[in-house]
Design a protein around this ligand. Sequence first.
Ligand code: MSP
Length: 513
Amino acid sequence: MDKNFYITTPIYYPSAKPHMGHAYSSIIADFFARFKKIDGYDVFFLTGTDEHGLKIQRAAEKKGVEPLEFCDEISQTFKDLSKVLNLTNTDFIRTTEKRHKISVQNLWDQLKKNEDIYLSKYSGWYSISDEAFYSEDEIEEIEGNKRSISSKSSVEWVDEESFFFKLSKWEKPLLNFYDENPNFILPESRKNEVISFVKNGLKDLSVSRKSFSWGIKVPGNEDHVIYVWLDALTNYISALNYPDKKDNLFKKFWPASIHLIGKDILRFHAVYWPAFLMAAKIPLPKKVYGHGWILSGEEKMSKSKGNILDPLEIIKIYGLDPLRYYLIKEVSFGNDGNISKERLEDCINSDLANNYGNLCQRVTTFAIKNCNGKIPNEIDFSEVDLKLLNKFKSNLENLRYKIDNQDINYYINFIVECLFETNKYFNDQEPWKKKDQKIRLNTIVYTTLEVVRKISFMLFPIIPHSALKALKIFNINEEEIIFSTIENHEYLKRGSSINSIDILFKKIEKEND
Ligand code: MSP
């Protein structure tokens, strides 16, 4: 079985500092990467910055600095954010790096060699903000200003010599591919949009620009720079050193298991990218998942709208793990979601502090007092204990399946339900009344500790810091977290010591409490 897993985030434009929308993509990708890692996969997790193109050139000009200097500074803020978000990314690619340039020019040469590129002239609309070409029917005019109907960003007229990619040639092969690989584009609703776009007919795509210079030069024609999306999409293979096969990264991890992106850039990933790859005779990624947006009010959060929420500010107030938990749990994956302070505080108080933190604290304090601070030795499971423990065993394959189908909500709801049941179990079993039935008391403690261990393993991809803190109860460290062990009823070594732990989550005093 293929035990390699390659996941990517979009590479972010360093035109402005990162916001919550970017943090969202990265946190979700980190969740999948961490899960696969604890499930025994060799994981390559890539993120980075998309630094060429007119958008960046103009932003640098506005600031009066060279584009590279401009990118250096903002790309660093994305790198720093990766640390703050506790991402486990294997690499961070910048499209201004030499290794990337080599790959892009190589891909270009392949496309040229296979006669998929020709020189002509582009006359049409271009949105700098989206770095996208739009046809006449994708444009509307509001108070004399032309803009894209879908993204609402303004467009300008371009009339220049350009290289074209024969996208039209790949219309049928793409449709066949979608047909044969029904899980290539997800979620389902978005897949239909893409398919109807392709069915409407694909025109050849302009893949070079001549009127500015901030980009990778077209091999053999230095007057042109390569279209920034062709440049950017190549990051997914340039980070694996395509076409260099020496260190075998490309051979090992390509095709990608999943490109995780926002829904607004689905066309680039589900139409252009596979067409480029088909033309270059490179295998296609297994899946492209277009997640929803983090909204500010009713609108997409974006720099141009000036309605951004800074992840660093939220983290400063509430901490990282609560934010990760909130974004993973409260935004129904695939749909748009909102950040509400109210709901974030509810998550902290009820799920994290009451349900999880309290359970960990309560059972350890009890075990320290009543079981000599050790994992109980003499135990005898009864039906009620096994029922609780068995939930994990009987769901193991199902949970894997759900993750492979990006059903994050199922995974996290399962955890919440288990926490709820375990708290209820501990209350109903009343171990504090069983001091003269030592074996029963031991068994209740053992069972509860086992569930705390299993749930902490499952929570590790979501709230890594806190789960590790909880696992200190058992002296379990990160390397020992293995997902498949949640089916083991007797993982905890009887007789070994238990450590007390600090409060995992502080409850938030709500104004109306
Ligand atoms: N540079 C391109 C991607 C190239 S990938 C080969 C780009 N960059 S971006 O910085 O504008 O956006 C990066 C990602 O962040 C996109 O997936 C986009 O959907 C996502 N988000 C930007 N704003 C967002 C929200 N408000 N909410 C959720 N994700 C959003 O596009």
